[in-house]
Design a protein around this ligand. Structure first.
Ligand code: HEC
Ligand code: HEC
Length: 270
């Protein structure tokens, strides 16, 4: 590629086109959808993102000092126009600055187009499963509430699932059900302790310091255990959640995934 004083030709073309279109058209975001969504716009948006945003949000927007921008939805914006505003103005009183000073509307829209390309809106995702069938399986035969809590009902032996559709994609939810031992967060590791007299207790580690453990066992009893009373202790890094690979049919898994994915804040629910 030929270079002009160290700047690549494509960069010059980019800068020229951004100024040209940006200054001649008044595209300020007033509720409208993004007028710049071609593949080239997405690619330019990605380049702009890498230059201006990646130092805080990570090179692929997966998050660093700033939050991940790949979670399927944004806390601070619902619409394209909302994203436009967040990116051009920044977010007051947070570490999120306005985009570079000489921004044009077009360049902001291109960044929006890039962010949309890596995030599908939940309402645009259609899933094979049935939400209501998933809900009855969850509360009934699935016995999921023996470990999980939804809206204050259930148990604390697993993560609260009230808003699980916000943090997990449908594929991740499927993996949660079929391969629970894959990437278990330390918060959900268990410990099996053996006292000097031979008694054993096993439970999820609520807390640990130099001298003691606090464990919650499968019956939801809480145990405070002094390490000096123990003969040994063994850390278990697998999940206490059983795999449902052999337990559930394909369509039952689909239904559970559809139900779990629907568990989001009311504003984004269908
Ligand atoms: C100096 C660090 C920094 C830079 C540079 C930065 N951001 Fe951010 N951004 C943040 C932080 C911190 C937040 C979280 C603010 C909050 O909600 O408390 C944030 C929030 C956001 C949000 C809202 C996320 C949500 O869930 O609603 C979007 C969208 C966003 N940034 C996009 C961008 C884009 C696009 C750029 C580049 C043009 C950029 N940011 C540059 C630090 C940064
Ligand atoms: C014996 C307790 C137990 C049962 C029963 C159980 N789970 Fe879990 N579940 C856990 C634990 C512990 C974790 C966290 C560790 C992990 O990732 O596997 C978890 C993780 C999950 C996650 C991931 C949550 C997140 O925030 O990452 C989902 C989704 C989930 N379970 C759904 C279900 C569903 C649906 C059922 C019923 C079919 C079920 N679980 C039954 C204990 C259980």
């Amino acid at each position: 590629m030929f270079r002009l004083q160290g700047i690549s030709a494509s960069r010059v073309a980019l800068i020229v086109s951004v100024f040209w279109i940006g200054s001649s058209a008044n595209l300020t975001a007033q509720g409208g959808d993004n007028p710049h969504t071609s593949l080239e716009d997405v690619e330019t948006g990605q380049r702009l993102f890498q230059i201006h945003c990646s130092r805080c949000h990570g090179i692929d927007a997966e998050g660093d000092d700033g939050p991940s921008l790949r979670r399927g939805r944004f806390r601070r914006a619902q619409s394209d126009a909302g994203l436009f505003r967040v990116i051009s103005d920044g977010i007051a009183d947070t570490g999120m600055p306005p985009i570079f000073r000489r921004r044009t509307d077009e360049s902001v829209w291109q960044v929006v187009a890039y962010l949309r390309s890596i995030n599908q809106r939940p309402e645009d995702i259609s899933l094979p499963g049935d939400v209501e069938a998933g809900r009855s399986l969850y509360t009934g035969a699935g016995r999921c509430a023996t470990c999980h809590m939804i809206s204050g009902v259930g148990s604390l032996l697993g993560p609260d699932l009230t808003f699980v559709g916000e943090r997990r994609s449908p594929d991740e939810l499927r993996a949660d059900l079929l391969e629970p031992d894959h990437e278990v967060a330390p918060r959900w590791w268990s410990v099996r302790v053996t006292y000097i007299d031979g008694r054993t207790i096993e439970g999820i580690r609520m807390n640990e310091d130099t001298y003691s453990y606090r464990l919650i066992d499968a019956d939801e009893n809480l145990w405070s255990i002094a390490k000096r009373d123990l003969r040994e202790s063994q850390r278990i890094e697998t999940s206490t959640m059983p795999s449902y690979d052999d337990e559930l049919t394909v369509s039952e898994v689909d239904n559970l995934v559809a139900y779990l994915f629907s568990l989001r804040t009311r504003e984004s629910a269908p």
